[in-house]
Design a protein around this ligand. Sequence first.
Ligand code: ZN
Length: 271
Amino acid sequence: MPELPEVETIAVGLRRRAVGLRIDEIRLLWPKLLRGAAADLRRLRGKRILDIRRRGKMLLVSCEGDLHLLFHLKMTGQFHWTERAVPTDKHTRLRIAFRGGGPELRFRDVRKFGVLRILATPRPLEAAPLRALGPEPLAVSGPEIARLLARRKGRLKSLLLNQAFLAGIGNIYADEILHAAGLHPLRTSSSLTTSEARRLASSVAKILNAAVEAGGSSIRDYKDADGVDGSFQSRHRVYGRKGEPCLRCGAPVERRVIGGRSSFFCPKCQK
Ligand SMILES: [Zn+2]
């Protein structure tokens, strides 16, 4: 599933091309993508796109009239630009055509877990479901993350995946962050020493910044909005590397299911 670095990369690419365009028509090819009334989509006709940004793992497309398209890409959601005349393939769920011709933006989703909501509000970040999200991990300081950790209970892996704790971290980056911090995924937040909490907080920023810089991780289907793969997967130190040597100490990386999710970690250097 695209996490913070992937969705950020998509948002940057879409922003570059779509801001300023005026929506001509939105065609929904898979009705279940939209949670809400189809009539809401028609309200976007003729509206100009003002901004596109990421919040957590979601993508917010803000238009004139306080109308917003909020996408959650889930497992396999992708955007791509294509000429209007090009026939849609069977996985295309939504088409957005713009005034003045030019390519249209299509949303493709093989697994069909993607979700689209229309928000009609001047303050979308304060509306459901965005208001339930915790802070952006790259917008809060290390000491602030350490303070948030001290207020929480539970296992570090589950906590990092909890979108109400920090928004945008999923399975890949949780494992990479814990490895960088030298902390075992089953450790609890209350067991952390001050220096361990600080190490975890700085690993959050270090890993996510490096992944954003690399355009995200391309495993399975992820591509950015211009069809380009990310490159951070080549720098994964534990994720997907079961049995391979830890890049820090050489011990074989272990995989264990924690909270229903695969977790990869080094049993030797993650304490
Ligand atoms: Zn190790």
